[in-house]
Design a protein around this ligand. Structure first.
Ligand SMILES: Nc1ncnc2c1ncn2[C@@H]1O[C@H](COP(=O)(O)OP(=O)(O)OP(=O)(O)O)[C@@H](O)[C@H]1O
Ligand SMILES: [Mg+2]
Length: 470
């Protein structure tokens, strides 16, 4: 056991040693790397004391920063890679320019391929330095992709210029262009997060669905009401804004499984050309904060939260021990009222959501039931899914009678089975096939199948029996 004096002496020695290690190379030009010489030449100043301005980017914004830098740099920009193997991933930009260990030099640029649309890709700089002038001031920017294996979860930009003002101005310009020209703008996107990390690992570009209104069979006026709230409010945005009316809106679509909530959402997406749409469902709802941020930057936007009941009971969020559902409601609340952002929530357990929604009123300003189809709707459903098939009006009517309490997805499956049966017997489909398919699907043996097709016999809250309609 050492005495106090010995300990103090040791600490002092160790402190001096650390000082030597930390400060030995400071301002020592001999440690400047060949890359450092290049950057110093470009900036025309001593680089060892320049402050670094850096910015972490969500991985899916790397494409945007790449395109923004290319635009800002113009044709006279120089792009160089960096040698030094894996060591370069450990170092920040200044350490690449002055290193006692590795003589970092110009080398090949690293690229990755990134999506910029449902079917388009672009080569993006994953590790490289751009040298250019902005407003006459020389600027050097290191752009890097995330490298989780080196503890870098985020993509990043590191900016060096002759003054902090110049580097700050450069970063601000890059940021502005990233939003203005974002590849995400006007796209349909889903977040596919890394299960283990907070970062939205990737954004997936989806084709905008095309579901005509005629393919969505709902009670008269229902679809129009939803479209009016989600689409028209955006379309009339200027007028509403000038009369000081808010644009932000939240719609809850609720009803039993298989009744057309997702179908309705797909119709909305199809009618929102040019609107940025972010789809979150299940696990990816944990990215609600990022999605709301994205929606605000890329408005007009629609954020879809599918099956929100799945998170109603979930307690864990990254912000703290509050239910994830509250994080969702906070995200709705966090946006400015005049942001042209529509949130569309779907659920088949409105009963689970009600308490939370009631506790934080105003987030959702329209709730629309997507009910089990009534007789008229069932007739329209069988007619829709029988389009082009030789079913008689009487057969369709019979099916509508017998399928009481069943869903839209049931109607679709019923017609499919009738067609399959005829195909198996190598003949055209007839009325009797529809009747037989109904016999099969309504038989007691098919109870589970009916459940899988969304029969309310299986309603989780037990409140709906076949035939029961609200
Ligand atoms: N109202 C409807 N009009 C036309 N087709 C429907 C309707 N409801 C369901 N369908 C058919 O059933 C399929 C499944 O419906 P959908 O995915 O929209 O159900 P959902 O209400 O979202 O159910 P869940 O609560 O299980 O998510 C649709 O793609 C469509 O083919
Ligand atoms: Mg659904």
């Amino acid at each position: 056991m050492s005495t106090e004096a010995e300990q103090t002496a040791f600490i002092e020695t160790f402190r001096e040693f650390l000082n030597d290690v930390v400060f030995a190379q400071r301002g020592n030009k001999s440690t400047r790397t060949p890359l450092g010489d290049l950057i110093a030449g470009h900036l025309g100043t001593a680089i060892e004391t320049l402050p670094l301005v850096s910015d972490a980017l969500d991985p899916h914004r790397l494409v945007d920063s790449d395109m923004a830098l290319e635009a800002i740099g113009g044709p006279d920009a120089t792009l160089v890679g960096v040698t030094g193997g894996q060591q370069r991933f450990n170092e920040d930009f200044p350490q690449l320019l002055a290193s006692p260990h590795v003589a970092f030099d110009q080398g090949p640029v690293d690229y990755i391929t990134a999506d910029i649309g449902p079917r388009e890709q672009r080569q993006v700089v994953a590790f490289g330095v751009r040298l250019f002038h902005l407003n006459g001031e020389p600027v050097a920017v290191l752009q890097r992709a995330p490298r989780p294996e080196f503890g870098r979860q985020f993509a990043g930009l590191e900016v060096l210029a002759r003054t902090p003002e110049a580097s700050g101005a450069a970063l601000a310009s890059i940021r502005r262009l990233m939003v203005e020209r974002s590849v995400l703008r006007g796209q349909v996107l889903s977040f596919t997060g890394d299960e283990y990390g907070r970062t939205a690992g990737a954004v997936t570009f989806l084709d905008r669905p095309g579901v005509p209104a005629a393919d969505v069979v709902l009670p008269v006026g229902t679809l129009e009401r939803i479209v009016g709230h989600v689409i028209d409010v955006g379309r009339l945005g200027q007028r509403l804004r000038s009369s000081h009316q808010h644009l932000k809106r939240g719609v809850l679509l609720y009803g039993p499984p298989g009744t057309g909530k997702t179908l309705t959402v797909r119709h909305l997406l199809g009618r929102s050309d040019g609107v940025t749409c972010v789809l979150l469902s299940g696990n990816s709802i944990r990215f609600i904060t990022e999605a709301a941020e994205l929606a605000r930057a890329m408005q007009p936007a629609i954020v879809v939260l599918e099956d929100v009941d799945l998170i109603a009971a979930e307690r864990e969020t990254y912000g703290g021990p509050q239910p994830l559902l509250f994080a969702v409601l906070d995200a709705l609340d966090g946006l400015d009222g005049d942001a042209d952002v529509a949130f569309v929530l779907t659920t088949n357990r409105a009963d689970l959501l009600e308490p939370a929604l009631a506790q934080r009123p105003g987030r959702v300003d329209l709730a629309v039931e997507i009910p089990l189809p009534n007789h008229d709707a069932r007739r329209r459903l069988f007619a829709l899914y029988g389009t082009g098939l030789p079913f008689s009006a009487a057969a369709v009517e019979r099916a509508a009678d017998r399928a009481e309490g069943m869903t839209g997805s049931f109607a679709k499956e019923l017609v499919r089975r009738a067609v399959l049966r005829a195909a198996q017997e190598d003949r055209v489909v007839v009325d009797a096939d529809l009747d037989t398919a109904l016999d099969e699907l309504l038989s007691p043996d098919a109870r589970l199948t009916r459940g899988l097709l969304g029969s309310p016999e299986f309603a989780p809250d037990g409140s709906r029996e076949p035939g029961h309609r609200a």
